[in-house]
Design a protein around this ligand. Structure first.
Ligand SMILES: NC(=O)c1ccc[n+]([C@@H]2O[C@H](COP(=O)([O-])OP(=O)(O)OC[C@H]3O[C@@H](n4cnc5c(N)ncnc54)[C@H](O)[C@@H]3O)[C@@H](O)[C@H]2O)c1
Length: 278
């Protein structure tokens, strides 16, 4: 489905992003892997290459001012074009709304909303110019799209996540706007909203002791054990499929909506939630 196409996935060192990068490669894409974590990003790219695919890795934070243009340039230098951009990188830094600091608010808005916006701007010349050239030649448009990762926290709000929810709803507005602005060039823009996916962001904070280093500050990841216990307790009531998604299932939603089979789907928010909230 992606033969000859170049796909960029941010935050692809682990979790949903790593699985998406591998699935795109299995479907023929040449993949540009990005992650803050150099070793893990390299591992994802290496696993694609050893499986017979094509991939490169560019380490760095999506929030770096120059990073989006470096990432696009690296993609074009390696593979000559860009077809799909997946804005997946991110983390959580939770707190109750009345206690969230300015730093905490800005950091989460930066990684989940401003960085995707800058990525889209940086990708614009490559996506739009290639589409315009096809239009002028009277040729059919190639598959080109953006997938922004949202969350049920954004769509419905979530206790302890005012910053994250605001960013994840903001990305829906950005998604729909780009879909309207670039649609005439055949460039699609969709969001995928996850609910409860089994990654380090949703495991018990105390049990896993996972942290992310953001500008020298170590942030613990996961959700408090008592909250996780509550989620597990009534999972059958909250999620019709009665279990969290695997990373492969979550990534499947990204690949699905990026594929040529979704060529008439744009401005959509695909909820990959096991039916949560229906
Ligand atoms: N896990 C869930 O239940 C869930 C639910 C809704 C939405 N999401 C979203 O899905 C996406 C992937 O999350 P995940 O659960 O796979 O998390 P994860 O922690 O397993 O993977 C995220 C990856 O992003 C990288 N990353 C973080 N900040 C970065 C930055 N500034 N620059 C580059 N890379 C960075 C991390 O190093 C990590 O490898 C995120 O946008 C998250 O908000 C996840």
């Amino acid at each position: 489905m992606f033969n000859g196409q170049t796909v960029i996935v941010t935050g692809a060192g682990r979790g949903i992003g790593a699985s998406a990068a591998r699935q795109f490669a299995q479907h023929g894409a040449r993949v540009v892997v990005n992650d803050l974590d150099t070793a893990l990003g390299e591992e994802t790219a290496h696993s694609i290459v050893t499986a017979g695919g094509e991939a490169i890795h560019l380490a760095g934070s999506v929030t770096g001012a120059e990073f989006p243009s470096r990432l696009m340039q690296a993609a074009v230098d390696a593979f000559g074009q860009i077809n799909v951009l997946v804005n997946n990188a991110g983390y959580t830094w939770d707190g109750m709304a009345h206690k969230i600091t300015d730093e905490q608010w800005q950091a989460i808005l930066e990684v989940h909303l401003t960085a995707p916006f800058r990525m889209i701007q940086a990708a614009a010349p490559y996506l739009r110019d290639a589409a315009k050239a096809e239009q002028e030649a009277g040729a059919a448009f190639s598959n080109r799209c953006i997938v922004n990762i949202s969350s049920t926290s954004g769509l419905h709000g979530n206790i302890g996540q005012a910053n994250y929810a605001a960013a994840k709803m903001g990305i829906v507005g950005l998604t729909k706007t780009v879909a309207k602005e670039w649609g005439a060039l055949g460039i699609r823009c969709n969001a995928v909203a996850f609910g409860f996916v089994d990654t380090r962001l949703t495991r018990s904070l105390e049990a896993q002791e996972e942290a992310i280093d953001i500008d020298g500050r170590e942030l613990l990841l996961g959700i408090p054990r008592n909250v996780r216990d509550l989620l597990d307790h009534d999972i059958g009531q909250r999620i019709p499929l009665a279990r969290p998604a695997t990373v492969e299932e979550a990534a499947g939603g990204i690949v699905l909506i990026s594929s040529p089979l979704a060529s008439y789907i744009t401005g959509h928010v695909l909820e990959v939630t096991g039916g949560m909230g229906i």
